[in-house]
Ligand binder design. Sequence first.
Ligand code: NAD
Length: 441
Amino acid sequence: MKIAIIGGGYVGLVSGACFAEFGVDVAVFEADPAKRAMLLEGKIPIYEPGLDKLVADNSAAGRLSFPTTMEIGITGAEAIFIAVGTPTRRGDGHADLSYVFAAVEQVVLALDHPAIIVTKSTVPVGTGRKIAEIAHRLRPDLKIEVASNPEFLREGSAITDFMRPDRVVVGADTDWARDVLQRLYRPLYLIETPIVFAGLETAELIKYAANGFLAMKITFINEMADLCEKVGADVNDVARGIGLDGRIGRKFLHAGPGFGGSCFPKDTLALMRIAEEAGAPSRLIQSVVSVNDQRKIAMVERVVAACGGSVTGKRIAVLGLAFKPETDDMREAPSLPLIGGLLDAGATVVGFDPVAMGVAKAVLPSAMTFAPDVATALTGADALVLVTEWNEFRALAPQRLGELMRGKVVVDLRNVFDPIAMRESGFRYLAIGRAQLPEKD
Ligand SMILES: NC(=O)c1ccc[n+]([C@@H]2O[C@H](COP(=O)([O-])OP(=O)(O)OC[C@H]3O[C@@H](n4cnc5c(N)ncnc54)[C@H](O)[C@@H]3O)[C@@H](O)[C@H]2O)c1
């Protein structure tokens, strides 16, 4: 079986390498010449644990290729997956479908055989029908069908998520499309992965509903964290206490600085617009979007307050810049508004991230500095703000912080440090959703 994937980003590259691992012949076409050149040299343009080996192994086995043109890529492909970006459209919050439609037009004009076009990109309800219209208008001579196969992988654990998903969702209207996707996912079917077959619109909505729900869960525990701080409760225990209830579940109940990343912010915004336009506005999703936006900005005030009401002239070490650990993705990262706000408030900001430094330097203000390692970032700092919970930060002992830092303030936006140990070492320690212990005399 041969398939093509259009777009060699996080989703396209991971899906391509994993399908190749299933034994399928996969061509991943990436339009960006710089990224394509890297892929052809065996380099991976993104950071994703294990991906370099999976790509190398499957390229060596001849199952994974990176064609230089789309025409070469789609030759003989039974299914062509669209895995290009669907960022927020400037101005109105809708998903920008220009990359999707441009890719579809290119594909259908170049096709010389019947094929299924499958959207793996997250696309608003109705997009599959529009793609079918484009295909039939441009190529009335050819049998082209459209299916939806939304992707649920998480950056940082993308390969495991793809290889052992909770479920696979397939939106398809015909036996042909269902059969092609069923054959493709046969290795997952054999390990009893549930495969949810639905109509096109339903599959498209499942993806937004899933992300909307998860974003809501995070936002819920973040609001509970604020309440915990007011009433002297501990959000970690609240999360555990409710999460052990099987109806609720323990995942996505970690209080923090607000969700970021390449999916939740844009997908909640798009879901809000989809629902409004359909005449069924979602007040829950509207609240999630605005509560989360406000929360990210409010983190600046939290740090300023921890520093005694002003950060002017203070050196603040920000540890963790990527939106979450195990990725170099900086899209909508909570570190962005935080660092911008701290600089505006007059602080000197020194940042460090174990893998996202290259990407971070391109998107963070040039007024901040970047440290080559944790120790340099902390040296002489008046305050430490932990933004992303990389494992190497978890191991930082208060004694080590005391040796390196000038000041005694730690703002822990991920609740990774031990409040008692911090207090014992004389730190003013502020976590999320945990009552602040009185400072040591
Ligand atoms: N990143 C995630 O964790 C994740 C998870 C699930 C779903 N998704 C969805 O998958 C889609 C892709 O996301 P991503 O994070 O992989 O984006 P990305 O920006 O990392 O990758 C998209 C790639 O497509 C390429 N591209 C654009 N137009 C092209 C064309 N015409 N031909 C060939 N290549 C082209 C771009 O150069 C880019 O490399 C989005 O809709 C996203 O919402 C992402």
